[in-house]
Design a protein around this ligand. Structure first.
Ligand code: FES
Ligand SMILES: [Fe+2]
Length: 371
């Protein structure tokens, strides 16, 4: 394992899940560790920011704050998406907010410096007497991005490649199962403010061990059997199938029930019976707080069977159940009465054990140990 061995009050975090104690609780509460995660994980990884259908016309934009960094994604030309820091290069005021349409330029609300959709500074008021003022030096700072199955990913590290994030493998499985994903549109969006460290939420998504206990209704929707799992260094893909006769779903049985995890904070699921993708972005907001964006994408204009049922099941039932779980875990992690447990991992590396959780933590420690 890269990185130093990490120990807690009960024992060491180990290379193999079956031998390992869990990540000590300070990893979920400590502000210094949190800051390191922002620098060494979020500022170096591919991060999902939205789908191309969120920007249907030239001039459409979305803003976001990811790991403390304000970003601006916009459509510059029909076939060109641009991503910039959402920061005016005069004195640093943020440029746009929310999402919408900015016309053919971006005007700073503070002193009205104007930028083109390509990020170039086009006008700066009253600068005639400013010595050696070169507008070309004050364009918006770009952020590199790539588009996978219509999904826009950014990376604050200009040298990162899509291979670094396992994106080509991820693309194959997404397009293999949801070939229309590049044309999907968001029919529903939800934001959840959650009182838990971002990793508690990813942890919870990474294991099916809790499902029969904590989601009794969801547990009746699927069979554990499905196609083979695929696990890369920075992504995982798991397949299960539907059971027939689940109330509220038209399912014959056997339809795919799919979940993906993409490092570090993207969790995706497609419930059986309709082509759709529930996209969960787990946005850290301090060591004890997370903003989860949940967008549900599906084919536009069509009457998509089971989509409303999938939305209700997610938003009104199992995501609520999960939020209660992770907020309770965060309180426990912060208490003096807990530091470490054990990973309940089986030899098959199954999703119904906690193997994926251990793999996620191993990657956290490996990335934190880097310079
Ligand atoms: S800070 Fe934007 S114009 Fe002054
Ligand atoms: Fe859950």
């Amino acid at each position: 394992m890269g990185g130093d061995l990490v120990s807690g009050e009960k024992g060491d975090f180990a290379e193999h899940a079956q031998n390992s104690f869990t990540l000590p609780s300070r990893y979920y509460t400590d502000d210094d560790i949190h800051q390191q995660e922002l620098c060494k994980i979020f500022q170096r990884s591919w991060l999902y920011v939205g789908h191309i259908s969120d920007l249907p016309e030239v001039g459409n934009y979305i803003t976001d704050e990811i790991a403390g960094q304000p970003i601006l994604v916009l459509r510059e030309q029909d076939d060109k998406i641009q991503v910039f820091f959402n920061v005016c290069q005069h004195r640093g005021h943020l440029l746009l907010s929310g999402r919408g349409h900015t016309g053919n330029r971006i005007v700073c609300p503070y002193h009205a410096w104007c930028y083109g959709l390509d990020g170039a500074l086009s006008t700066a008021r009253l600068t005639r007497d400013v010595a050696d003022f070169d507008r070309a030096n004050f364009g918006l700072k770009p952020i590199q991005h790539t588009i996978i199955a219509g999904m826009i990913f950014i990376n604050f590290n200009p040298n990162a490649t899509p291979e670094d994030g396992d994106l080509p493998e991820f693309e194959k499985t997404i397009l293999g199962h949801l070939p229309e994903m590049p044309n999907f549109v968001a029919g529903h969006r939800f934001d959840f403010d959650i009182k838990a460290n971002w990793k508690v939420i990813v942890d919870n998504f990474s294991e099916g061990y809790h499902i029969p206990i904590a989601h009794p209704t969801l547990a009746t929707l699927y069979n554990e059997k499905g196609g083979a799992s695929q696990v890369g260094k920075r992504y995982g893909f798991y397949q299960k199938t539907a059971k027939a006769g689940f109330k509220g779903f038209e399912a014959k049985g056997g339809e795919p029930y799919l979940t993906w995890f993409l490092w570090p904070n993207l969790c995706l699921l497609s419930l059986p019976g309709s082509p759709h993708l529930i996209v969960l972005r787990i946005g850290p907001n301090g060591p004890n707080q997370t903003l989860e964006h949940a967008d549900i994408y599906s084919p536009s204009g069509a009457d998509v069977p089971n989509l409303t049922a999938a939305k209700s099941l997610f938003a009104e039932m199992f995501n609520r159940e999960d939020i209660a779980l992770v907020e309770s875990v965060q309180r426990g992690l912060a208490s003096l009465g807990y530091d470490q447990g054990r990973y309940v991992a089986d030899c098959n590396d199954s999703w119904f054990s906690e193997s994926g959780l251990h793999r996620f933590h191993k990657q956290i420690l490996e990335d934190l140990a880097k310079a």
